[in-house]
Write a protein that binds this ligand. Structure first.
Ligand code: SAH
Length: 247
């Protein structure tokens, strides 16, 4: 009889090879031992964004640390769709929500972008990265989205790769529906802050050959709703939602 799928799944930033023990971090050790009450010999799935997913065994587990030994690869590495989300930082829990949902919705990169009307002063990258990792572990991704250094919108645009379409979610109704514009190929979605885009930002974006304003219907959505809705539309029309769920 085959073993049931392990209930534990963790991201580790180290290579995964059969027989090569991996040390769990302090937080992971606490999670395995105190939170999940895992036992020595229990199976855990590990992934690192490079080597696919591996079934591992807990070889040692104590307060001070845990060792996990990879036994067999359960899934080979596969890339996420080539989709970036550029989002103005919001209030803390809304930013956390965007990080979590963007991960579940398969972005390859998350980039906090400061716009004129962004209220949030600074971004706690460590906290954000922790949310990305937790969401990736939970949703069975094989990678954690890349998290880019927060930057002002004009700087981001100055270095923009011209072959990547930038679909900016324009609440002013200046663009066609997102669903009419989505095509295959490298893409990025840009969501504004609670205060929306400033007119000069719309003008700046209008001058860029790679940027297109797009709409999400007649209602003004909260920034986090707009991000989630836009990611879903893109995944359904150009991403990997055409693929059947894994068995
Ligand atoms: N305060 C602004 C609304 C900002 S909504 C106002 O009253 O006009 C926050 C962000 O969500 C916007 O900048 C935009 O990127 C996105 N958004 C919200 N509703 C949208 C819609 N109907 N179409 C496209 N983008 C939208």
């Amino acid at each position: 009889m085959s073993e049931p799928r392990p209930r534990l799944r963790l991201f580790v930033p180290v290579p995964l090879t059969a027989g090569q023990a991996v040390a769990a971090s302090r937080d992971q050790t606490h999670y395995l031992g105190s939170v999940m009450r895992a036992a020595i010999g229990e199976a855990v799935l590990l992934f690192n964004g490079v080597d696919g997913e591996w079934q591992c065994r807990i070889e040692a587990l104590a307060k001070a640390g845990a060792a996990l030994v990879p036994e067999r690869q359960t899934r080979p590495q596969a890339p996420e769709p080539d989709l970036w989300l550029l989002a103005a930082p919001l209030k803390r829990d809304r930013t956390d929500l965007v990080a979590e949902k963007a991960t579940e919705l398969g972005v390859s990169r998350l980039w906090p972008v400061f716009t004129r009307r962004t209220n949030a002063g600074r971004v706690n990258l460590e906290r954000m990265r922790a949310h990305l990792i937790e969401a990736a572990e939970q949703c069975e991704r094989l990678s954690v989205p890349e998290l880019s250094e927060p930057a002002p919108l004009d700087k981001v645009l100055a270095d923009w790769p011209a072959d990547r379409i930038l679909l900016f979610l324009d609440e002013s109704g200046g663009g066609p529906p997102l669903a009419d514009v989505v095509t295959a190929g490298p893409a990025a979605l840009l969501v504004g802050p609670e205060g929306g885009f400033a007119p000069e930002e719309r003008r700046m974006l209008a001058e860029k050959s790679y940027a297109r304003p797009v709409g999400l219907g007649p209602r003004i959505l909260r920034a986090e709703t707009a991000a989630i809705a836009a990611l879903a539309i893109w995944q359904a029309l150009a991403g990997d939602w055409k693929t059947a769920p894994r068995q």
